[in-house]
Design a protein around this ligand. Structure first.
Ligand SMILES: Nc1ncnc2c1ncn2[C@@H]1O[C@H](COP(=O)(O)OP(=O)(O)OP(=O)(O)O)[C@@H](O)[C@H]1O
Ligand SMILES: [Mg+2]
Length: 425
């Protein structure tokens, strides 16, 4: 009732003006103009009633005292939610006001209105949030051990709105940490691999200086061993240099058009004497019509040498190594290296291309292996945008298949078309 009265009062002035204008129209221009004006006013009222004017989409909703988030325009909320950086906003009681999708991926669902201490459980991060509430922005490392170990840098800062909000952002450092760890492991492994033969050589030098000085037979024997150890160190250094060269070029696309069959034959020719020592025969079978690949000749020779060398080393004595070359249904050129050796346990297969990884360290060392051969293979394949597949059965043998994209057909030689002659007259 009170509301209706208020509405009537608000409309009083327009009504009074309408009545005066209507009276004047009847007085001066007759009833025709009066009814025309009435029709016009009715039409205007109908338009105002049925056409609702759109509110601006990004208008900030009015901020209420108990919900600081209401100050966030809807578009900002959507952006925050889609941000690939985990974000959490906390109120003055350190209760969760908002978490975006990335933060939910990190901490799990059901975080709303929970206390920071019950969802984060890390004293350093909680201390950083408490300090941020005092106006001291800071960052601390934060790790989550499960389900997969992840490492973050957590940034906490206070946002000046009223009432105030504390923001917590996580910067994912897992990949950086992992590559740091890999580099540290690599240096430790490389020094260890070099230290072992170096220690042997130093030991023999001492012995030769001491009691073996006059013993010719022992001297000859020791010098032979020192020669073997020195060769091992040289191989290791060569492999390390080759790995670093290939890694450096990994993002540079190779340019040559290389025939896989001739490359495999080149690798086999270099390894035949070694295979002959163990009575191993190597055969190469190439299917007809295999297209060339785009590649680097020297790197592809090294790739096949490493794989065929492994097939010889870990193959059966007097066994067979077979290389089959062909083209798969998806236009990939493949070269599969089969051996009839002892095979590889399934759990070891995913680790074979790691640097210095060896299934049987003693056996590999006895065979003069450095444990870098398959790491080099992986990098060469990466540079050639190919794939390596490994199949193995314990006691039966292994198949290492290299898949490389076939080179696109060469441009057909252009037939000589006479140039059009233009003469200026
Ligand atoms: N054909 C194979 N059959 C069985 N095991 C293999 C075969 N190829 C590789 N392996 C296993 O994988 C490990 C890693 O191979 P990789 O070629 O990287 O190193 P390596 O042969 O020991 O040394 P390098 O090749 O540097 O001289 C080997 O030590 C071996 O245990
Ligand atoms: Mg090898």
């Amino acid at each position: 009732m009170v509301e209706s009265f208020a509405r009537l009062r608000a409309a009083a002035w327009p009504l009074a003006i309408g009545v005066i204008l209507g009276g004047a129209a009847v007085l001066f221009a007759g009833p025709g103009l009066f009814w025309a004006l009435v029709a016009l006013a009715l039409a205007a009222m109908l338009i105002i009633h049925f056409v609702s004017f759109q509110e601006p989409i990004l208008r900030a909703p009015e901020q209420t005292v108990d919900d600081p988030l209401s100050a966030l325009p809807p578009m900002t909320r959507v952006l925050l939610d889609q941000l690939p950086i985990p974000v959490m906003l906390l109120d003055d009681d350190e209760r969760v006001l908002f978490v975006n999708r990335s933060m939910r991926d990190v901490l799990g669902p059901g975080l709303d209105r929970k206390r920071a201490s019950s969802v984060l459980r890390n004293p350093d991060v909680l201390a950083a949030i408490a300090q941020a509430r005092q106006g001291l922005s800071n960052n601390v490392p934060f790790s989550l051990p499960v389900p997969i170990e992840r490492h973050y840098q957590a940034y906490a800062a206070r946002i000046s709105v009223s009432p105030s909000v504390t923001a917590l952002l996580l910067h994912d450092l897992t990949v950086v940490k992992r590559s740091e760890q890999l580099r540290a492991d690599f240096i430790a492994n490389a020094s260890h691999e070099l230290r072992t033969p170096l220690a042997a050589v130093s030991g023999f030098i001492e012995t030769l200086r001491g009691h073996a000085k006059e013993d010719e037979a022992v001297r000859g024997q020791f010098l032979d061993i020192m020669g073997v150890e020195a060769a091992r160190m040289r191989r290791l250094i060569d492999d390390l240099l080759s790995l670093s060269r290939i890694e450096m070029n990994e993002h540079v696309k190779p340019e040559g058009r290389i025939g896989v069959e001739s490359t495999v034959h080149q690798a086999v020719a270099a390894l035949k004497p070694l295979a002959a020592q163990d009575g191993i025969t190597i055969t190469v079978e190439a299917k007809p019509g295999v297209p060339p690949v785009i590649g680097d000749q020297d790197e592809l020779v090294q790739l096949f040498q490493n794989l065929i060398h492994n097939a010889i080393k870990y193959g059966r004595e007097k066994g067979k190594v077979q290389v089959v070359i062909g083209q798969s249904a998806d236009r990939q050129v493949f070269a599969a290296i089969h051996d009839d050796g002892e095979g590889i346990a399934p759990n070891a297969i995913p680790r074979l291309t790691e640097r210095f990884y060896r299934v049987d360290v003693k056996r590999s060392r006895e065979k003069g292996g450095t444990g870098l051969g398959l790491a080099i293979v992986k990098h060469i394949i990466n540079r050639h945008q190919g794939r390596l597949s490994i199949e193995s059965r314990l006691g039966e043998g292994s198949v290492f298949t290299v898949l490389l994209p076939a080179a696109p057909p060469e441009n057909p030689a252009k037939t000589a078309v006479p140039e059009p002659v233009t003469e200026m007259l």
